[in-house]
Design a protein around this ligand. Structure first.
Ligand code: SF4
Ligand code: SF4
Ligand code: SF4
Length: 781
């Protein structure tokens, strides 16, 4: 009998870089049959909370947690409140550990949101298609589930196989959440290690969710030519009954599209969405439309366009019912995550539910059956739409001016705005008939319509409703195209670009992800993406970030999706899909390690992460990260060795991972080719970095694509972009450039003279180039 995976202890795996062909080593754990191909199994199949701790310690030693406490108090137990400023709490915890505990809690919440979503989807799809429904991603994708293969050590063949991975991650999440209890973990570093584990579980949960929906709902399978779909408030035909889906779970939206198709009603109703539910519905059926990212939510609800609002899970306004009531829209809640106090009508006859909703006998309904949601939503929308269109929901433009005149210039709106927006000036301008300031805040999502200012206004000025009305002035222009989410990168694409990425000829892979609480609107993000596309980087994107990139047009009226190819190649703009599709970002880095470098995946997390950290020039940009999911996503990709640049609001997550360039010893690497420990360089310099301005973010992103493995040609190219961008935004050659020149051949020709001058000043000496840089097998391992 083949040895159990864990019997291959460290000594075997410390010889990390010899090549093993699939099929050489052992039988997969849990497989009885000898017919199944044998796979090599690494040391960490189904890693427990502490199994990857030694890798975390390597990361955390190099990238020290930097805490920016948002609050010095803890009020988690009845010993408290405890003031932790320079003191310990009554349970003995100190401020750093408490901050790290809060980070872990956020990562647990975010990760649970994704895995709860995945669990819902999987149960629903197994119910619909059966547990034996094949996981077939088409001929272009052999590595269907790179994260699962690395962590679980198995390739899922059928929908039912995904359950094992979910069971595993749910068990891990219970342990992680339990560590947040009073009187458990007391070390900030160990809390961080657990947060990294929570992030990793987040990655796994997303992969399970997206894989299940791609195969069972026949979404694009890595299709670079996925269709362009409509995006923007202006694309919604307001003459038709409108169903709006808000949230992240495709199932209710798919139920609606199916019902419309069955009943030949596709032309008669509009189905649109906000947030990732929108993206995923368009992956399922291109006739659906995307209103936009989360920043559109309150404005669009207030506009009264939607007759029926379907809410599923995550990032939905919790006062949606109250808001919908203001304009007689009907709310249907569809998951156990958000029941809103509504009566559970899941088992009732559809027509009876419709009648109760239309006649206002119930204030909304909880329906946990996505197919029933489809029928009820369509029938209610058709019955209520005509009557509702007579309801005047927004003030007209004259009324907007009159309402603005109520302003007493108390400045409360400015003070409470999380984005420090000068709303009072905009309101005062409106009171004089000048609506341009409010329109500017609306058009570019500079105001992300959280509604705090309106809540605080002592004059009850309906600021969001006024903005929604002003936004209608140029409704016709708010029409865009976005490429439907294509899902993962195909293996064949990885084969084409793996070498140029690892060697540095393609300067980097930049992932634009996250929410839309941008400090100064979304246009900056689109311009940043354009900057990198023009410089031959590969740009990938998901979720609200993907929508933001679609909301800006060039002078010819084309969006980035219409200007750049959807292929995973230099100058390609790859919309992978929704939040759960985020899993394909570490997924493609894992595929590079496997396909290009032949690194075995199964049970082999640390070697794969080490490869990515040292050799795959990828960097995430979450300029508007807002939710706990974003915290989990960033922390998860960090554990794979992918750095992330976040926007200024992200300091509210409380923790960054910053490299210390002054500590030379922390940048040493092991050259696996000869086992020599050599002085390295701060590449990548940080794992999680908060930038204040878009210029700083752009420059840092280019810098964080540097990897110790770059060839001199690749390094020249990367440094060229780093310097170019630094000059563009700061007007100078970066002062730290000497740290990234290893040998003279690394110096970009265009800047040679300037750089040589800096090198002389710094008494620079050439360094040895490691052939196979690694953090593994360093002293202390
Ligand atoms: S958990 Fe500890 S720090 Fe927090 S309130 Fe309780 S005793 Fe105080
Ligand atoms: S809605 Fe929120 S983001 Fe917009 S101005 Fe008001 S407080 Fe600021
Ligand atoms: S809070 Fe209201 S009254 Fe005060 S400045 Fe803002 S809009 Fe004017």
């Amino acid at each position: 009998m083949a040895p159990k995976p864990k019997e291959f202890k460290d000594d075997f795996w410390k010889t990390k870089d010899f090549k093993i062909s699939i099929g050489d080593i052992i039988q997969k754990e849990g497989t009885e049959s000898t017919d199944e191909p044998l796979v090599p199994m690494g040391p960490t199949q189904k890693p427990n909370v502490t199994d990857l701790r030694s890798w975390d310690m390597k990361l955390l030693e190099r990238y020290e947690p930097f805490y920016a406490p948002l609050c010095d108090m803890c009020c988690l137990c009845t010993y408290g409140k405890c003031d932790l400023l320079g003191k310990k709490g009554a349970c003995g915890i100190d401020a750093a550990a408490q901050q790290a505990r809060t980070v872990l809690l956020a990562c647990c919440i975010g990760s649970a949101a994704h895995s709860g979503h995945a669990r819902h989807l999987l149960e629903y799809l197994i119910d619909k298609k059966g547990k034996d429904f094949p996981i077939d991603m088409g001929t272009g994708i052999d590595i269907e589930a790179p994260i699962m293969r690395t962590l679980i050590g198995k390739t899922p063949k059928k929908l039912g196989d995904l359950k094992e991975a979910l069971d595993y991650l749910e068990e891990q999440m219970v342990h992680l959440l339990s560590a947040c209890h009073t009187g458990q973990e007391g070390s900030s570093i160990d809390f961080e290690s657990k947060a990294l584990h929570a992030g990793l579980m987040d990655n796994l949960g997303k992969e399970i969710g997206d894989l299940a929906q791609i195969v069972a709902l026949d979404m694009p399978k890595g299709d670079a030519e996925a269709p362009l779909v409509e995006l923007g408030i202006g694309t919604i035909d307001r003459e038709k009954p409108v169903i709006l889906c808000i949230g992240h779970n495709v199932a209710p939206g798919a139920g609606i599209m199916d019902y419309l198709e069955e009943q030949n009603l596709e032309e008669d109703l509009e189905v649109c969405g906000i947030c990732c539910a929108a993206i995923d519905i368009t992956r399922y059926n291109k006739n659906a439309k995307i209103v936009g990212p989360i920043s559109k939510q309150l404005k669009f609800i207030r506009s009264g366009v939607a007759d029926v609002i379907i809410v599923d899970e995550q990032c939905i306004r919790t006062d949606v019912l109250e808001e919908a009531k203001k304009n007689n829209a009907v709310v249907i809640a569809t998951t156990d995550k958000m029941c809103l106090g509504l009566p559970n009508k899941t088992d009732e006859d559809s027509d009876k539910i419709v009648s109760e909703l239309v006649n206002n006998q119930i204030e909304g309904a909880l329906i946990l059956d996505p197919d029933k949601v489809g029928e009820v939503a369509a029938k209610v929308a058709m019955k209520t739409s005509e009557g509702r269109s007579k309801v005047k929901v927004l003030p007209d433009l004259d009324e907007v001016v009159e309402l603005a005149k109520e302003c007493t210039e108390c400045e409360w709106c400015d003070r409470v705005c999380p984005n420090s927006i000068p709303m009072m000036d905009a309101v005062m301008a409106a009171s004089k008939g000048d609506l341009s300031q409010m329109q500017r805040l609306y058009d570019n999502d500079i105001c992300y319509s959280c509604g705090r200012c309106e809540q605080e206004c002592p004059r009850d000025i309906p600021i969001i409703s006024m903005m929604a009305k002003i936004g209608e002035i140029n409704l016709q222009d708010q029409k865009y195209n976005i490429r439907a989410g294509r899902g993962p990168v195909q293996d064949v694409e990885v084969r084409r670009v793996g070498a140029p990425i690892v060697l540095g000829d393609i300067p980097g892979v930049i992932a634009f992800v996250g929410c839309t609480n941008y400090p100064d609107g979304g246009e900056e993000v689109a311009k940043m993406a354009e900057e990198f596309l023009e410089r031959n980087y590969i740009v990938v994107t998901t979720g609200c970030g993907a929508m933001t990139l679609g909301e800006y047009k060039d002078e010819e009226g084309k969006t980035l999706y219409e200007r750049y190819s959807g292929s995973f190649e230099a100058k390609g703009l790859v919309n992978m899909g929704s939040c759960v599709s985020n899993a394909h970002i570490p997924g493609v880095a894992i595929k590079i390690a496997n396909i290009f470098a032949k690194k075995p995946l199964e049970g082999n997390f640390e070697e794969i992460a080490d490869y990515i950290l040292n050799r795959v020039g990828a960097c995430g940009v979450a300029w508007g990260a807002y939710s706990q999911k974003a915290a989990a996503i960033a922390t998860g990709v960090n554990r794979w060795g992918i750095p992330v640049v976040v926007g200024p609001h992200a300091s509210k997550y409380r923790r960054l991972f910053l490299g210390r360039t002054d500590k030379e010893e922390s940048w040493q690497v092991n050259d696996l080719r000869n086992g020599e420990i050599v002085n390295g360089e701060p590449a990548p310099e940080h794992l999680l970095y908060a930038a204040e301005t878009i210029g700083e973010a752009t420059v840092m992103t280019a810098k964080l694509c540097l990897r110790p493995n770059d060839t001199s040609k690749g390094r020249q190219l990367k440094l060229n972009h780093y310097i170019d961008l630094h000059k563009k935004y700061f007007g100078t050659i970066p002062e730290d450039i000497y740290k990234f020149v290893r040998v003279q051949k690394d110096i970009p020709i265009t800047y040679k003279r300037d750089i040589m001058k800096i090198l002389d000043e710094k008494n620079w000496k050439p360094r040895k180039l490691p052939q196979e840089p690694s953090l593994m097998d360093m002293k202390g391992d």
